[in-house]
Design a protein around this ligand. Structure first.
Ligand SMILES: [Zn+2]
Length: 175
């Protein structure tokens, strides 16, 4: 699938410290993949959707990407994470994504946290917290709930300012 290659985007910012070519794919820092997720969020913004983007990475390669498509698809479940997980499942040929990491620009909601658990994703990296709907720590603690067997390693706050900025510009433009 051609869409799986990192894309050049006019919105890419100069940032030589995290230039992806400096790192072998499996050693790329989280910020590189978060840049990819931010590019996905930008696609949502351009489509008039809430700008959230996600990528699924396996062995240093993007195997799924998604951005919010709720309005476009008239689909209440079309969150960036769900779309990225669906694409990853199809790419990998397995509904279990045990060796995968998911990078998303904001804290996942309860639905997406549930989907991450069902998918057995190994690690979640997200940008800004979502004080309204976050289900990792902010509102609910669905992910890594003590009564769930599957535990997911979590890192938050990666390029958080950038994702918050995107969301703010979206909500400002709608006022
Ligand atoms: Zn969600």
């Amino acid at each position: 699938m051609s869409g799986l290659k990192p894309e050049a985007s006019p919105h890419t910012r100069e940032n030589s410290a995290t230039e992806s070519s400096q790192f072998p794919p499996e050693d790329r820092p989280d910020e590189i993949w978060m840049e990819e997720a931010l590019r996905c969020a930008q696609r949502a913004l351009e489509a008039g959707e809430v700008p959230v983007g996600a990528v699924v990475v396996r062995n240093g390669q993007v195997v799924g990407r998604g951005w919010n498509r709720n309005i476009t698809d008239s689909d209440p479940t079309a969150h960036a994470e769900v779309i990225a997980l669906r694409e990853a499942g199809a790419t990998v040929g397995n509904h279990r994504l045990e060796h995968c990491e998911l990078f998303v620009t904001i804290e996942p909601c309860a639905m997406c946290a549930g989907a991450l658990t069902h998918a057995r994703v190994k690690r979640l990296v997200y940008g800004s917290d979502d004080p309204k709907a976050g289900a990792v720590k902010s509102v609910l603690q669905v992910l890594n709930h003590p009564q769930l067997n599957h535990k997911i390693e979590v890192r938050s706050g990666v390029l958080a300012g950038r994702s918050a900025e995107l969301l703010q510009s979206f909500f400002r433009s709608r006022r």
